[in-house]
Design a protein. Structure first.
Length: 388
C-alpha cells in the first residue's frame, strides 16, 4: 500500500515509505545492513544506490515516513539531533550571520550555536519567544538569517506562537526553524503554521523506545533541501541502517503512544498542583499555564513533558529526583518508560551562569505510558522524603 497525503496520521505513519519487499512480499521492509551496493557497470548504479553514507534503502524509507508525517517535501535522517541541527545551520548560514533563539532552548542546542558555531562566525541572541516585541527587537534586518523556536520549550514548557514568529522572521528575510521534539509531528506540525524547517531529536518521541539515537531535518524548499543533503553526504553524520530501522518501527506507533503520554501527563500535572511541597507546575495542558490557549490552538493535545519546582529549593528537588523507582533518574525523554531529570546538573548543565540557566529547584518529568496509578504512587512515595 502506498500512502496519500489525504490519509490520516496513523495510516501514514504505518504505510509511508513502507512498501512490502518486492522479492519476498515481506510486509515489513527488510533492514539493509550494508555499507555498499553492487553496480551494474561503471557509473551504472542500481536504483541510485552506491555507498551507505550517501543513500541506504532503510534510511530512505524513514525519510519518506518523516516527510509524510510533518507535511514536508524533503526529510533527512541524521545520527543525532545535534548532528541534524549542525548540518542545517551550516547549510543555511554563513559566517557573520545571526541567530535569534529562545532563552529556554535545549542546552545542547545553545552549546552548539554559542560555543561551536561561534568559532565559525555565527552570532546569536537569546530572547523570550513568547514576547513578540522582544523577538522583533532581537531580529536585526539584514543580519538575522535564522530564528530558532522550541515549543513547548525545554524545560520551562513555554509556548511560542509559530505563525506570528514566522511572520516576524520572514519580514526580516530569515528562516524560521522549529524544534518539534517535545510535541512530535502527531501533536504539532509547524510547517502548517509557516515554519520553514522542522528539526527533531528522533531519539525521543519519534523513536519512542530509548534504543535508537537519531535526528531529522524536514523542509519544503528545494534549494535548502539540496544544501542540507550535500552537507549530510559530505560530512557523513547519517543515521545507521539499524538506527533508521528501529526509528521507523517506533514511528509507526507514535500516535497511540502520544495519546497515552498526554493523558498520563495531564493526570500527573493536576495531581502535582495539589501537593503542598510543589511550588509551580509547568504543563501547557493546565488551564492556568500562560500558553494554554495558544498550545490548544497549535497542538492536538499537550504532550508528556512536565516540569515542576519545589518549595524546598535545590535540596528538595534533588531528594525527589533520587527517590523514585518507577520514574528512572536519567538523561533523555520521550520513551515509553517514565524518566526523571534534574536539568540544572544534567541536560542543562552547559547553560549554567547564562540567561538560559534552569532553576535549581526544578525537576523535569518525561511521563511514560505505564499505568498512571503506578506513576502517581511512585511520586507520592518520593514526596514523603520531603515530609520527614
Amino acid at each position: 500500500m502506498t500512502h496519500s497525503d489525504a490519509q490520516g496520521f496513523n495510516t501514514r505513519a504505518i504505510h509511508a515509505g513502507q512498501t512490502p519487499d518486492p522479492t519476498t512480499g515481506a510486509v515489513i521492509p527488510p533492514l539493509y545492513q550494508t555499507t555498499t551496493f553492487a553496480q551494474d557497470g561503471i557509473g551504472k548504479l542500481r536504483n541510485g544506490y552506491e555507498y551507505g553514507r550517501g543513500t541506504n534503502p532503510t534510511r530512505d524509507s524513514l525519510q519518506t515516513q518523516l516527510a509524510a508525517l510533518e507535511g514536508g517535501k524533503h526529510a533527512f535522517s541524521f545520527s543525532s539531533g545535534l548532528a541534524a541541527e549542525d548540518a542545517l545551520i551550516r547549510a543555511a548560514l554563513r559566517p557573520g550571520d545571526h541567530i535569534v533563539l529562545g532563552n529556554d532552548a535545549y542546552g545542547g542546542t545553545y552549546r552548539l550555536i554559542d560555543r561551536v558555531l561561534s568559532e565559525w562566525g555565527i552570532t546569536n541572541s537569546a530572547v523570550d519567544m513568547a514576547d513578540l516585541d522582544a523577538v522583533s527587537a532581537a531580529i536585526a534586518n539584514g543580519n538575522t538569517k535564522m530564528v530558532w523556536v522550541e515549543t513547548p520549550s525545554n524545560p520551562m514548557m513555554k509556548i511560542t506562537d509559530i505563525a506570528a514568529v514566522a511572520q516576524l522572521a520572514h519580514d526580516a528575510g530569515a528562516l524560521l526553524v522549529v524544534d518539534n521534539t517535545f510535541a512530535s509531528p502527531y501533536l504539532q506540525q509547524p510547517l502548517i503554521f509557516g515554519a520553514d524547517v522542522v528539526v527533531h531529536s528522533t531519539t525521543k518521541y519519534i523513536g519512542g523506545h530509548s534504543d535508537a539515537s537519531g535526528g531529522a531535518v524536514v523542509v519544503n524548499d528545494d534549494d535548502l533541501a539540496e544544501k542540507v543533503g550535500f552537507i549530510q553526504f559530505a560530512v557523513g553524520a547519517v543515521s545507521a541502517p539499524m538506527e533508521a530501522w528501529l526509528t521507523t518501527r517506533g514511528l509507526k506507533t507514535l500516535g497511540v503512544r502520544m495519546d497515552r503520554h498526554s493523558s498520563n501527563a495531564t493526570a500527573i500535572a493536576q495531581w502535582l498542583l495539589e501537593q503542598d511541597e510543589v511550588e509551580q507546575v509547568y504543563y501547557p495542558g493546565l488551564a492556568d499555564h500562560p500558553g494554554h490557549d495558544l498550545a490548544a490552538s497549535q497542538m492536538k493535545s499537550f504532550g508528556g513533558m512536565i516540569s515542576v519546582t519545589f518549595r524546598g529549593g535545590a535540596e528538595a528537588a534533588k531528594k525527589v529526583a533520587e527517590a523514585t523507582s518507577v520514574f528512572t533518574l536519567a538523561e533523555s525523554l520521550g520513551g515509553i518508560e517514565s524518566l526523571m531529570n534534574y536539568p540544572s546538573d544534567m541536560t542543562h548543565a552547559s547553560v549554567k551562569g547564562t540567561e538560559l540557566a534552569v532553576p535549581e529547584n526544578l525537576i523535569r518529568l518525561s511521563v511514560g505510558i505505564e499505568d498512571v496509578e503506578d506513576l502517581l504512587a511512585d511520586l507520592e512515595q518520593a514526596l514523603t522524603a520531603l515530609r520527614s
